[in-house]
Design a protein around this ligand. Structure first.
Ligand code: ATP
Ligand code: MG
Length: 506
């Protein structure tokens, strides 16, 4: 999705009820990404495109809109130029003349519908051609104005169209949120392995079972821990408390986790409630649990077994009801064998294990996450950046050693440097263009079955092939079928499987 400069509704994931509503339908938001909030959509851009072959009228419309309505305005001399603009950047409202050279207003509306461009259309007509205006409205235009235009009428109508548009955007965002097809508690994914993880979380939600999350750096371990906590909110209403076990020296870690009594050691001026107690009724997230020192491992083991502990320097035993979620990017099983991690503690932690796959093993998530972050880092009041096909190819071919965090950083920077709302290869970090990087994806991983790894490789290759072929064939399914030696039907199936927006290759 969102793999091109055209901001169609499809690559934003909202499904339109019918072609009739297209010209006034919903827009704006990486709907598939599921992270769009109604408030964000409300602040959507206010950009108007004036399409008019008469220069005087064009200028007076532009001046009025800019000065009185304070909206951003672009102008086009005919329908053809207007269509080019509409395919390049998002607009809230188009005000178009009907009779123009090259592409008429009526043809422009047809194109807006054919390309599913989410924009509200107002048509302007000279006296005596109201019948045309009515026809345009039947085709999906929002309203019409007769020229010469009375300023008050013009003002009221454009304001109304802008309001209507932001309402549509808000509805689209809400709908996307409710559907939440590709997200679980803000964890965005459409990969089968992640769906299995979501399902597992569903099962542990109403229990207090310990969960161990493993995965490379930046794969979303903390994010997933929060998702488990949120999914459990009905059964367990206490807070989410996080402790980074690697960040504290041994002496402080004990007091951090269990608390201390006043005067129990130098500097303990007051009593302190530990993290275990703070998390009562909720979740304690033990991040980087592989870094916990040996002396603390035994103390942790006892709390996990008995859910009881004493504060440092205290005698009374405190009982808590806490779900522990531990995370690490270190290989705990190997550490156990090497005698660096207590085996009994390992088994206490490893009750339900979630192994987060690295991003290079779920490339189908790359376009989805990229769109999600483009939305997250869109400038205030502006639509999220779109991706030029070549930029998306780079994102898909890269091995992402820093996983989702690295992707997030790349898109944040690219969103800042993108011109005309489109992220191109030059906006991406230079690492991504290094050819060696692509080969890292071929690394052999003996911890997972061969057929799984082969299936992933094939699917990644297929997607890259398809994108390249579509680029060559300018998005034409038939020609792409011929080129690849597959049927049209299987090309169409793959296009939807990989969520490719063919219109962005036109
Ligand atoms: N599936 C996802 N959908 C959306 N955002 C995600 C997803 N997974 C991770 N992120 C984002 O990526 C960033 C890194 O995630 P997180 O901090 O949870 O990783 P981590 O595995 O804990 O990394 P580390 O091992 O380095 O601590 C965060 O900003 C997080 O919000
Ligand atoms: Mg982390």
């Amino acid at each position: 999705m969102a793999s091109g400069s055209a901001s169609t509704s499809e690559d934003r994931g909202d499904k339109r009820p019918s072609a009739e509503t297209t010209a006034t339908g919903p827009s704006n938001g990486a709907a598939d990404a599921g992270g769009v909030s109604a408030a964000e959509a409300k602040d959507a851009f206010r950009r108007v495109l004036v399409v008019e072959d008469n220069e005087d009228t064009r200028t007076s419309f532009r001046q009025y809109l800019e000065m009185v309505l304070k909206v951003e305005v672009d102008t086009a001399e005919d329908g053809k130029q207007a269509l080019e603009f509409l395919l390049q950047r998002p607009y809230s409202v188009v005000i178009t003349d009907l009779r123009m050279p090259r592409l008429s207003g009526m043809q422009l509306i047809e194109q807006i519908q054919a390309n599913r461009i989410p924009v509200t259309v107002i048509v302007t007509t000279g006296h005596g051609s109201v019948a045309d205006a009515v026809k345009a409205m039947r085709m999906g235009a929002y309203d019409f104005l007769t020229k010469p235009t009375a300023p008050e009428h013009f003002h009221v109508l454009v304001e109304r169209a802008l309001r209507e548009r932001s309402l549509q955007d808000e509805l689209a965002a809400l709908r996307a949120k409710l559907q939440g097809r590709h997200s679980f508690q803000n964890v965005v994914s459409k990969s089968q392995r992640m769906f299995e993880i979501f399902e597992l979380i569903g099962h542990v939600a109403d229990t207090a079972t310990t969960v161990l999350i493993t995965g490379e750096t930046g794969t979303g371990k903390e994010q997933l821990a929060r998702a488990v906590h949120q999914a459990s909110a009905q059964a367990r209403s206490g807070p989410f408390v996080a402790v980074n076990c690697a960040a504290l020296p041994e002496s402080l870690l004990e007091s951090e986790l269990f608390g201390h009594e006043k005067g129990s050691f130098t500097g303990a001026a007051t009593q302190r409630v530990g993290r275990f107690q703070q998390a009562h009724g909720g979740t304690l997230f033990l991040d980087e649990v592989g870094d916990i020192p040996a002396s603390m491992q035994i103390k942790l083991l006892r709390v996990l077994q008995e859910r009881k502990f004493e504060r440092v320097g205290g005698n009374s035993t405190i009982e808590v009801d806490v779900r522990v979620i531990a995370a690490t990017n270190r290989p705990l099983d190997k550490m156990v064998k090497a005698g660096q991690f207590r085996e009994d503690l390992y088994y206490r932690l490893d009750v339900v294990k979630i192994d987060l796959p690295p991003l290079r093993e779920r490339t189908e998530d790359i376009p989805l996450l990229a769109a999600h972050f483009a939305h997250k880092y869109a400038r205030p009041g502006q639509a999220p950046a779109q991706f030029a096909p070549e930029a998306m190819d780079r994102l898909l071919a890269y091995a992402w050693p820093g996983n989702i965090r690295q992707l997030e950083n790349a898109i944040e920077r690219a969103s800042l440097t993108a011109r005309e709302g489109v992220i191109r290869p030059e906006n991406l970090p230079p690492d991504l263009t290094r050819p060696a990087a692509a080969k890292v994806g071929l690394a052999v991983d003996l911890s997972r079955p061969l057929p799984d790894q082969l299936a992933e490789l094939t699917s990644r290759f297929e997607e890259r092939y398809l994108r390249k072929a579509l680029k060559r064939c300018r998005g034409h399914i038939g020609r792409c079928a011929k080129l690849s030696g597959l049927s049209r039907r299987s090309i169409s199936n793959k296009v939807s499987q990989f969520n490719i927006d063919t219109s962005s290759y036109k």
